[in-house]
Design a protein around this ligand. Structure first.
Ligand code: PEP
Ligand code: MN
Length: 337
C-alpha cells in the first residue's frame, strides 16, 4: 500500500503516520517528490484497513499496489530514479553509453579500449574481471588483477567502471573498484547476491535473465530495493527464443513495458541481444528510439583475438561512428547523448 500525504501536511504528521504504520509491524519507505510525499508500506504486519490510515492527520489518501513488486513500482515513486554516473544522471535526459570489452584481458587491451571509447563519447567503461562462462574450460576472467587494471583505466581516462560481481562474498571487494556493480543474466535470480548488493548503496546494473519475464526482472529489482538500495538500473540483454540467426532475441518491447511500470532507468545491451557485431548498431538505434536511458555496448580493439564475445564486439572506429548516429536518434526523441 502507498500513503499519499496531503500537500499541506507537516513533517510531524509524516512522522506520526510512519510511527503508526511501523507500530503495526510494517516497514516504510518514504519518497519525497517535488509534488507529493509518498509513504510506501511493505511487509507482513498486523492487518490494517485503508480507512484507519486515511483518518490519520495529514494523509490525503491511500492506494493499494496490486503488482507483486511494490518499491519498484511507478505507483510508489511517480518520478524517475536518477543515478549519478560521470557527472550525469542515468534516468535523466541524457542517454548514457557504457562501452568496453566483454572481458578485461590485458593492460594494453583495457587501456587502449578505455581511451578509444572515451574519445568516442562513452560515459562509462565496462569490462568483466569475473566472467560467468558456459564452459569451465573457457577463459574465466582475470579476477582481482582485472579489477586492478580497470582501476588503472579509470585513473587514466576518468571513466567510471561497470563490472560484474558473481558471488555475495565478492561484493565488498568488487565494490572497491566498481562504480556500478553488474549482476549478470545468469545471476538475475541469485537472491543471496541480490541481497548482498542491496546492502550496499552502490549503483547496480541488473541484467534480465535470458529466460525471465519482465515481472521476474522487476521482482529481482524489488529484492535489491527492499534491502535499502534503490540505485538500480534494469538491463534488457535479449531473451532466448527459437530464432537462431541471432544469439538472443532483442526484446525492444521491454523498454516501454518496463518504463510504464517502474521508475528505475532502463538500459539496453544490443551486443548480447544480437550476438553479431553487424546487428549491434541497428538494435542500439532502435533501443534509443524506444526510450532506453542508456546502452551497454561491447567494444574490442582486436575482436578476432578476443577471449570472449569477439563475434559481437565492435571495433573502436565502428563504435565511434555508431555514437554519432545514436546522438541523432537521441535528439529526434528529445534526449541528448
Ligand atoms: C556480459 O555483460 O559480458 C555478460 C556476461 O552479459 P549477460 O550476463 O547479459 O550474458
Ligand atoms: Mn559479454
Amino acid at each position: 500500500m502507498i500513503i499519499i500525504m496531503g500537500k499541506t501536511s507537516t513533517q510531524d504528521q509524516l512522522k506520526s503516520v510512519i510511527d503508526w504504520v511501523e507500530n503495526h509491524g510494517y516497514q516504510t519507505h518514504v519518497s519525497e517528490g517535488e509534488e507529493v510525499t509518498i509513504v510506501g508500506v511493505v511487509g507482513n504486519g498486523r492487518p490494517i484497513e485503508q480507512y484507519q490510515i486515511e483518518r490519520l492527520e495529514g494523509v490525503e489518501r491511500t492506494v493499494r499496489i496490486l503488482e507483486p513488486y511494490k518499491l519498484t513500482s511507478l505507483d510508489m515513486r511517480p518520478e524517475p530514479t536518477l543515478i549519478p554516473l560521470n557527472g550525469t544522471k542515468v534516468g535523466g535526459k541524457q542517454v548514457v553509453v557504457i562501452a568496453g570489452p566483454c572481458s578485461v584481458e590485458s593492460r594494453e587491451q583495457i587501456l587502449e579500449t578505455a581511451k578509444l571509447v572515451k574519445e568516442a563519447g562513452a560515459t562509462a567503461l565496462r569490462g568483466g574481471a569475473y566472467k560467468p562462462r558456459t564452459s569451465p574450460y573457457a577463459f574465466q576472467g582475470m579476477g582481482l588483477a582485472g579489477l586492478e587494471l580497470l582501476a588503472e583505466a579509470k585513473k587514466v581516462t576518468g571513466l567510471p567502471v561497470v563490472t560484474e560481481v558473481m558471488a555475495p562474498e565478492q561484493v565488498t571487494m568488487v565494490a572497491q573498484y566498481a562504480d556500478v556493480l553488474q549482476i549478470g543474466a545468469r545471476n538475475m535470480q541469485n537472491f543471496n547476491l541480490l541481497h548482498a548488493v542491496g546492502q550496499t548503496n552502490h549503483p547496480v546494473l541488473l541484467k534480465r535473465g535470458m529466460m525471465n519475464t519482465l515481472e521476474e526482472l522487476l521482482m529481482s529489482a524489488e529484492h535489491i530495493l527492499s534491502c535499502g538500495n534503490s540505485n538500480v538500473m534494469l538491463c534488457e540483454r535479449g531473451i532466448r527464443t527459437f530464432e537462431r540467426y541471432t544469439r538472443n532475441t532483442f526484446d525492444v518491447n521491454a523498454i516501454p513495458a518496463l518504463k510504464a511500470r517502474t521508475h528505475l532507468p532502463v538500459i539496453a545491451d544490443p551486443s548480447h541481444a544480437t550476438g553479431h557485431w553487424q546487428y549491434v548498431g541497428a538494435a542500439a538505434l532502435a533501443a534509443v528510439a524506444a526510450g532506453a536511458d542508456g546502452l551497454m555496448i561491447e567494444v574490442h580493439p582486436h575482436p578476432e583475438v578476443a577471449l570472449s564475445d569477439g563475434l559481437q564486439s565492435l571495433k573502436p572506429d565502428k563504435f565511434a561512428d555508431l555514437v554519432v548516429r545514436l546522438r541523432a536518434v537521441a535528439e529526434a526523441v528529445g534526449r541528448t547523448l
